[in-house]
Design a protein around this ligand. Structure first.
Ligand code: GUN
Length: 291
């Protein structure tokens, strides 16, 4: 292996510590802690684990955690009514409705009901539009975490060639917008892309978010490239990413492991977005460079 490991766990711990300090300062200025409301409908085991760890991380960062657990047979109107109450609640700065929702509920209708200025997931079309047009909004947590790891490793990203593999609204599209804003030359590849190795041969940065285990092969990667693996695939070999780690790590300059790479950054960025939401809503200045 020649690649340096990008330690997302350590980066996430540093970010969470900074956010925690700034949350304490916010509470002194505003007379209340930043508040994050998380809504879980049903009892999907993986979602339950995520929601519990989000709650713990929120409290550990000196913020208020509001957990709302609703039964799987909750109807659309009741869920929308809860979102309306959270939108109106002054103690709530951020709202996250855990996905996926049980069958029969309309996730798009729920997500677009969230006040865009409390949309710390960055999933509302208003925030997607703000990101696309360079306005201040909320950026989805996973691509934002990837960007922080890239900046930490590479510094200025200007002029670099980046290939984003995957075009989801949650990762691929916002990732491409973020890299474009950093002055990268961005290619978005996806399941219909012809000759992916041809595109990767020129890529200084690869972000893999396709949801296919060990899909990206080491001999596709440009020597010295920085490889960010967003994939979390459960296989007989355990948890693996979208990149064939063994072969890619012998070519890349730096690579994120799975687990321990991008994953831990996601919650840290959720806390960061909640901190930013609290400052904006309270009209308290925040030095964005401090986080
Ligand atoms: N389910 C899995 N990851 C996420 C996330 O980042 N946000 C929400 N709302 N649901 C998820």
């Amino acid at each position: 292996m020649t690649a340096e490991l990008i330690d997302g766990k350590a980066a996430a711990q540093r970010l969470r510590a900074r956010v925690g300090d700034l949350a304490t300062r916010f509470a002194e200025d505003a007379g209340r802690k930043p508040g994050l409301a998380v809504v879980l409908v049903g009892e999907d085991p993986a979602s339950s684990v995520y929601v519990r760890s989000k709650g713990k991380a929120t409290v550990a960062a000196n913020m208020e955690s509001f957990e709302h657990r609703l039964p799987a047979d909750t109807d659309q109107a009741d869920l929308i009514a809860l979102v309306d109450r959270l939108n109106a609640d002054p103690a709530v700065d951020g709202i996250l409705v855990q996905l996926p929702l049980p069958a029969g509920l309309d996730a798009d209708a729920v997500l677009t009901r969230i006040d865009p200025d409390k949309d710390v997931d960055g999933f509302h079309p208003v925030n997607a539009g703000r990101l696309a047009t360079g306005l201040n909004g909320f950026v989805p947590c996973t691509p934002y975490g990837c960007l922080l790891l890239l900046r930490e490793r590479l510094g200025d990203l200007s002029g670099l060639n980046a290939v984003v593999i995957g075009r989801s609204n949650i990762v691929g599209k916002p990732m491409a917008a973020l890299l474009t804003a950093e002055n990268c030359t961005v290619t978005i590849a996806h399941s219909r892309t012809r000759n992916l190795p041809h595109h990767l041969a020129h890529a200084d940065i690869v972000v893999a978010a396709v949801g296919r285990a060990k899909f990206v092969q080491g001999d596709w990667v440009k020597p010295g490239a920085t490889v960010i693996d967003v994939g979390i695939n459960r296989t007989d070999d355990g948890l693996v990413g979208d990149v064939d780690f063994e072969s890619a790590a012998s070519v890349a300059g730096a690579i994120t492991p799975v687990p321990g790479g991008v994953g831990p950054m996601t919650i840290a960025c959720l806390l960061r977005n909640t901190l930013v939401a609290a400052h904006r809503r309270a009209g308290v200045a925040l030095d964005a460079d401090a986080i």
